[in-house]
Ligand binder design. Structure first.
Ligand SMILES: NC(=O)c1ccc[n+]([C@@H]2O[C@H](COP(=O)([O-])OP(=O)(O)OC[C@H]3O[C@@H](n4cnc5c(N)ncnc54)[C@H](OP(=O)(O)O)[C@@H]3O)[C@@H](O)[C@H]2O)c1
Length: 289
């Protein structure tokens, strides 16, 4: 491989650049946009990777030289950026052009097709808030790949070298897959926000982190549905009625409790921990048809 270039040295671009560097891949540098958020993210790329960052207009040699071009920019910027680098004549046969958007297929890179380059969508199923800690988080993370066959085959090898778990997806599966990713990550953060608001403890959300950690450990050890505990799993309708009653003054918390209560009843039934009468009682409480 002659090298990898990242257009968009933000959180994911910088984390991936570091991870590829650490795995021994030749990372050539990054490309930033003129007049973006200034040099802040680009500076961070340079600090973390000790590699050059060029502005788009000055990046011809970098992009032409690379055999893998990551477009790690916001989802809505990917298509136009792909078209731009094609219009400049910098994309060529055999190159792999990659985006990392979770919900979008590789087809948003269709501008590269006439050049003979391969299209790839490669999504790290991880939340990257700080590029410096990204490589450690990416180890053990699933990466989903979808696109032209030679590019997907190459991605399988890269991900394995980064310590990740490669999984192939079909284009039509991406929106559903990404909705699931949002539920498993962003929604958990939102849920903890609601929970800490409802409890109103002086220690805030930190009081709930060991509890969440315990639930994660149970999930890791026992899986679904055996990791499930709590009043619904125990068939304790009286406690659940109390909860619903005290949450009436907080419509968001009440709606969240009911929606997740319905899902919890399904899991408790799957686990075999409810009698028919208990299941019927919960279904009435949660308005399940
Ligand atoms: N963060 C995550 O947890 C995560 C996880 C998986 C996948 N992803 C995906 O990874 C991609 C990048 O996300 P991110 O979180 O790394 O974003 P980010 O931190 O905001 O970084 C985006 C980078 O793209 C540049 N950029 C913004 N608009 C641009 C444009 N119109 N043309 C060229 N460059 C532009 C930014 O430069 P400026 O600083 O100048 O704005 C910045 O360097 C997205 O597709 C996202 O869905 C993110």
């Amino acid at each position: 491989m002659s090298g990898i270039v990242f257009v968009g040295p933000g959180r994911v671009g910088t984390a991936l650049a570091l991870a590829f560097q650490q795995a021994g891949y030749p990372v050539l540098g990054a490309v930033s946009r003129p007049g973006g958020s200034g040099g802040a993210t680009a500076d961070r790329f340079t600090n973390l990777t000790h590699l050059p960052v060029r502005e788009l207009m000055d990046s011809r040699s970098l992009i032409e030289q690379a055999d893998v071009v990551f477009l790690t920019v916001p989802d809505e910027a990917v298509t136009e950026l792909a078209q731009t680098i094609v219009n400049f004549g910098w994309v060529h046969e055999g190159q792999i052009v990659v985006h990392t958007a979770g919900a979008l297929a590789s087809s948003i890179l269709e501008a590269v097709e006439p050049t003979g380059a391969w299209k790839l969508s490669l999504h790290p199923l991880q939340t990257i808030a700080d590029p410096a800690t990204g490589p450690a988080l990416l180890k053990g993370s699933t990466f989903t790949a979808e696109g032209d066959e030679p590019a997907v085959a190459a991605a399988m090898q890269w991900v394995t070298a980064l310590g990740g778990i490669p999984v192939e997806l079909r284009a039509e599966e991406k929106p559903r897959y990404h909705a699931a990713a949002v539920m498993a990550s962003n929604a958990v953060v939102a849920l903890l926000g609601v929970a800490s608001d409802v409890a109103g403890l002086s220690t805030g959300v930190s009081a709930f982190l060991p509890l969440l950690q315990g639930a994660l450990e149970n999930l890791r050890e026992l899986g679904i549905p055996n990791a499930l505990t709590g009043p619904i799993e125990r068939g304790d309708t009286a406690t659940v009625m109390k909860h619903l009653s005290v949450l009436k003054d907080n419509p968001t918390a009440h709606a969240v409790y009911v929606a997740l209560g319905r899902a919890t009843v399904s899991l408790a039934v799957e686990k075999g921990s409810l009698s028919d009468a208990q299941r019927d009682a919960f279904e009435r409480l949660f308005g399940i048809d």
